[in-house]
Design a protein around this ligand. Structure first.
Ligand code: FEO
Length: 612
C-alpha cells in the first residue's frame, strides 16, 4: 500500500525506509535503519526527484502510481547516480516509457556504466534550469558531495532545496518526516554527524563550496535524500555543516580511543578520563576501538577538539584495531585537532611512535609532548604521567576557551569593542526568547556606563524590550557566518521560535547571548525609551559586560563586503579537474603539469577533467 507525505501544495515525499539493513554501503552499521527519500512534484509536467534503493522499490512505485493516477511521469531528476538513489531507475523507465531523465554529463556517464537500457536524456549544465509549468528547478552542481556527478535542485516556486546526500542522516524515518517534529538535536544529531563524517567528511572543501552556492538562495525547506526534512531552523543545521566542513570541533572536549588486550591500557584510559572530569572537562568520551565500529569514532573525532589514542604495542607496531581507526581518520581528512598518546609494551613499547608517524601525515594536528608509557600496567610512575597529561590537556582547552570573567561584571574593554557594527539583540518575555540583528548600538555615557539601541517598532524584539526593559547585545565578529545573520535577521520572531534549540548561554539577567562569533556581550537595563515614529530608542544602564574573544568586530560595511553572499545562481563556466585518487577539486585552466594534489600528493596525471 502506498505511503506518501505532502511537503508543499503540489509536492510529495514518496520515499521509504529499510529497517532490515545492517550495514549502509555494506560498511556502516545502521541499527536504526535507513531512509531513502524521493520527491514527486505534480505540475503541467510531473517531475520526480531521484528514486530509491533496491530494498524499497515496492512501496516507492505504489506511491508514484497513487499520486499520478492517469497522469504521466514526464521527468526524473537524477541528482546522484549512486545506486541507493537510482536502483529503481531502469524499472521506472520501463513503467513510464515517455520519461525524460535529467542529469549532467557525468550523471549519464555513470548511469550508462550501471545500466544498459536506453535512456531519454536531458543534459543540464551548472546554473541551468528546468521549467515544468509553475515550478522551475535550478541546478547547482555539488561535485564530491558525495560523488562527482552530484547536483542539487532548487525549486524557486516553493523555495525548496533538494540537497541530494547533503543534510542527510543515518536512520529510518518514523512517522514524521520533518526535523522540527522530532527531537533532532538529542535523537538525530549523533547519527547526522556520523553520516556526514563518514560519507562526505573527507570532502570538506567541496562542502564549503556548495554551502557558498546555496546560502544566497531563499530557502524555506531543505529536502535531503536520507533522514528528516528541514522546513524550520535549517540555519542551525547549515551552521553544523559549516563547522564540520572547515574541520572545526563542535566542543572543547576529549575523546579517548583505546585498544586493550588484558585491560591495562584500558585502565590508564579510564584513569585519564576521571582526571579530566575532575579537572572540569565536560562530555569526555571513551571508546574501546575493538568494540566500537570505526564510523562512531570518526564521528566523535569531528565533535571533539582533543583526542587521546591509547594502544598496546603489537607486532612491533600498533594494535590492529587502533591502526584501522587511525587510518580511517586520516582517510576522512580529519584536521585541526590536539592529540596525545598512551602507549603500552611489556618489553619494547613502540606504539606511541608508530601512532605519531600516522598523525604526523595529517594536516594541522597538534601533538602534545607528554606521552604516557606503560610497561604492562599502571604503576605510581604512570599515574604521575597521566596526571601530567591531564593537566596538559586541560591547559590547552582553557587556552582555547573564550575569556569569561563574570566576577568583573563590567569589563571596559567590552565597551571598547563597540563600533557602528552589526549586533544580535536578544530579549526574553514571558512567552519566549528572541533576537534580531541591529546596527544601531552606541555607548552614550561612560559614568555611569550607558548604551542606546534603536529598534524598529515592527520587530517582535521591540515589543519585548518595551515590556521587560532588559536586553543583551552580542557584538558580532568578522568570522560570523552569514547563516547566523540570516537566522536572526531574515525571519520574524512573531512567526518563528529563533531560540527553540537553546544553543546559547545566558548572562546574569537570564537572557541569551551569542558566545560563538561574538567578541563581547553587553547587558542593558532600560531607563528611558524615546519614541521616534517608526523606531524607539532605548537608553539603558550597562549591568554586565563581558569580553568573549579577541576576534575583531565586524563593521556594517565589512558585513556587506565580506559576509553577505553575492547572488550567483548562474555561475561562470569554469574548467574543473578532480583528483581520481582522493577527489580533490582544482578549478582553473590549464591544470599545471607539475601540480601536486595537496591532499593525497598525487600528480597532475591523476587528475581528470570534470566538466566544461
Ligand atoms: Fe545516498 Fe551517496 O548516496
Amino acid at each position: 500500500m502506498y505511503n506518501v507525505k505532502q511537503i508543499s501544495a503540489d509536492g510529495f515525499w514518496v520515499g521509504a525506509a529499510d529497517r532490515r539493513i545492517a550495514l549502509f554501503e555494506n560498511a556502516f552499521p545502521v541499527p536504526r535503519g535507513m531512509s531513502y527519500n524521493a520527491y514527486l512534484i505534480l505540475d503541467e509536467k510531473n517531475v520526480l526527484v531521484d528514486t530509491v534503493d533496491a530494498a524499497v522499490t515496492g512501496v516507492f512505485f505504489e506511491n508514484i502510481a497513487h499520486l499520478l493516477g492517469d497522469r504521466s511521469l514526464d521527468y526524473v531528476i537524477i541528482q546522484h547516480a549512486e545506486p541507493d538513489h537510482t536502483a529503481a531507475l531502469q524499472e521506472l523507465i520501463l513503467r513510464y516509457p515517455q520519461l525524460t531523465v535529467v542529469g549532467n554529463e557525468r550523471t549519464f556517464k555513470i548511469l550508462n556504466q550501471f545500466f544498459s537500457c536506453p535512456i531519454k536524456s536531458f543534459v543540464v549544465q551548472e546554473g541551468d534550469s528546468l521549467k515544468t509549468g509553475s515550478h522551475t528547478f535550478l541546478f547547482n552542481f555539488a561535485p564530491m558531495v558525495h560523488w562527482p556527478e552530484v547536483m542539487m535542485s532548487y525549486d524557486s516556486k516553493d523555495r525548496i532545496l533538494y540537497s541530494a546526500d547533503a543534510f542527510g542522516t543515518f536512520g529510518a524515518l518514523n512517522g514524521s518526516i520533518f526535523a522540527d517534529e522530532v527531537q533532532f538535536e538529542s535523537d538525530w544529531l549523533p547519527e547526522a554527524r556520523r553520516y556526514y563524517a563518514n560519507i562526505v567528511g573527507k570532502y570538506g572543501r567541496q562542502v564549503q563550496s556548495i554551502l557558498q552556492k546555496i546560502v544566497p538562495l531563499n530557502i524555506e525547506q531543505i529536502c535531503p535524500l536520507h533522514g528528516p526534512l528541514w522546513r524550520k531552523n535549517s540555519a542551525w543545521f547549515i551552521e553544523k555543516y559549516q563547522k564540520w566542513a572547515t574541520y572545526r570541533s563542535e566542543e572543547l572536549s576529549v575523546m579517548i580511543a583505546y585498544a586493550s588486550i588484558y585491560g591495562n591500557t584500558k585502565n590508564a584510559a579510564e584513569i585519564l578520563a576521571h582526571l579530566l572530569d575532575e579537572g572540569g572537562i565536560k562530555n569526555v568520551a571513551l571508546y574501546d576501538v575493538s568494540v566500537t565500529h570505526p564510523s562512531y569514532i570518526v564521528a566523535e573525532a569531528f565533535r571533539c577538539s582533543h583526542i587521546v589514542f591509547a594502544s598496546p604495542t603489537y607486532n612491533a607496531g600498533i594494535f590492529c584495531t587502533m591502526e584501522t581507526v587511525l587510518l580511517d581518520l586520516k582517510a576522512h581528512n580529519l584536521q585541526n585537532r590536539t592529540v596525545a598518546f598512551i602507549e603500552n609494551g611489556s618489553w619494547s613499547p613502540q606504539s606511541g611512535s608508530t601512532m605519531r608517524s600516522i598523525l604526523n601525515t595529517m594536516q594541522d594536528i597538534n601533538i602534545l609532548d607528554t606521552v604516557v608509557t606503560l610497561k604492562s600496567s599502571v604503576k605510581e610512575e604512570q599515574l604521575s604521567a597521566l596526571k601530567t597529561l591531564s593537566a596538559d590537556i586541560i591547559h590547552t582547552i582553557h587556552a582555547a576557551t573564550p575569556i569569561i570573567n563574570h566576577a568583573a561584571k563590567i569589563e571596559v574593554n567590552a565597551l571598547f569593542k563597540l563600533t557602528y557594527g552589526i549586533f544580535v539583540l536578544t530579549v526574553k518575555d514571558q512567552y519566549k526568547d528572541n533576537g534580531c540583528i541591529v546596527n544601531t548600538v552606541i555607548q552614550v555615557t561612560d559614568n555611569p556606563k550607558r548604551i542606546s539601541v534603536t529598534v524598529n517598532k515592527a520587530n517582535y524584539t521591540h515589543d519585548s524590550i518595551l515590556k521587560t526593559k532588559v536586553f543583551n547585545v552580542s557584538i558580532l565578529t568578522t568570522d560570523v557566518p552569514f547563516s547566523l545573520i540570516q537566522h536572526f535577521g531574515f525571519q520574524s520572531g512573531k512567526t518563528v521560535d529563533k531560540c527553540a534549540d537553546k544553543l546559547f548561554k545566558r548572562s546574569d539577567n537570564g537572557l541569551y547571548y551569542i558566545d560563538d562569533y561574538a567578541n563581547a556581550f553587553i547587558s542593558g537595563s532600560v531607563i528611558q525609551a524615546h519614541d521616534y515614529g517608526t523606531h524607539t530608542e532605548f537608553i539603558a544602564d550597562v549591568t554586565q559586560a563581558v569580553v568573549l574573544s579577541h576576534t575583531p568586530s565586524a563593521t556594517y560595511q565589512y558585513y556587506f563586503d565580506h559576509i553577505k553572499p553575492k547572488p550567483q545562481l548562474k555561475s561562470e563556466k569554469k574548467k574543473v579537474y578532480v583528483c581520481k585518487t582522493c577527489g580533490y577539486i582544482y578549478e582553473g585552466d590549464p591544470l599545471p603539469s607539475d601540480f601536486i594534489c595537496p591532499l593525497c600528493k598525487h600528480g597532475a596525471d591523476d587528475f581528470e577533467l570534470l566538466e566544461q
